[in-house]
Design a protein around this ligand. Structure first.
Ligand code: XMP
Ligand code: MG
Length: 176
């Protein structure tokens, strides 16, 4: 275990929860024909890789990327810096995010993407913290976690720890 990290969600619990989510999504979209999994880089890349392989329904995979910037008082502190390769108009979109924290990111993305007239749009987050401020809910949630910084399974601290197979909490003061 790297210094400063404590395991919160072990690898086998992540694996079985991803299977459960995939099963639920398979059922919910049974009549949809095809869905587009839209991963938000970079934190969701491992979750998208596992979820997309656990699904049985027809699915495509694409990614978008966000950059955060200094918050002004009116707008969410995020902006789209890489857009989808395919048009999302008329498609069933499942937005896949790593973390629902304040909810500003998800609220911003749902607003931007809904304006492009997808057939439907839902969201799936790996973990949810108890800190939502924006009026937004995720349709699928992997795990509810405490309000601590988490890393691993795609999640990072300063781009470190993404490749850890489990999700752990970080004590930044104890890092090497
Ligand atoms: P909001 O507040 O907009 O934030 O819901 C969501 C985004 O904040 C990042 N975030 C984290 N990333 N460990 C991370 O690696 C964390 O504990 C954490 N908390 C928030 C994340 O990028 C998410 O998309
Ligand atoms: Mg993120």
């Amino acid at each position: 275990m790297p210094a400063g990290i404590r395991e919160l969600i072990p690898e086998d619990r992540i694996r079985s929860r991803v299977m459960e989510l995939a099963h639920q999504i398979d059922q919910d979209y049974a009549d949809a024909g095809e869905i587009l999994l839209l991963g938000v880089l970079r934190g969701s890349y491992i979750f998208v890789a596992d979820l997309s392989r656990a699904l049985s329904i027809n699915r495509r995979v694409d990614f978008i990327a966000l950059s955060s910037y200094e918050r002004d008082t009116r707008r969410a502190g995020v902006r789209l810096i890489m857009d989808t390769r395919v048009s999302i108009e008329g498609r069933h979109i499942l937005l896949v995010e790593d973390i629902l924290d304040t909810g500003r990111t998800l609220a911003y993305l749902l607003e931007v993407l809904a304006a492009r007239r997808p057939a439907s749009i839902r969201s799936c987050v790996l973990v949810r913290k108890p800190t939502q401020e924006a009026q937004v809910t995720a349709d699928y949630v992997g795990f509810d976690i405490p309000d601590d910084w988490v890393v691993g399974y795609g999640l990072d601290f300063d781009d470190r720890f993404r490749a850890l197979p489990f999700i752990g909490t970080l004590d930044p003061g104890a890092l090497d």
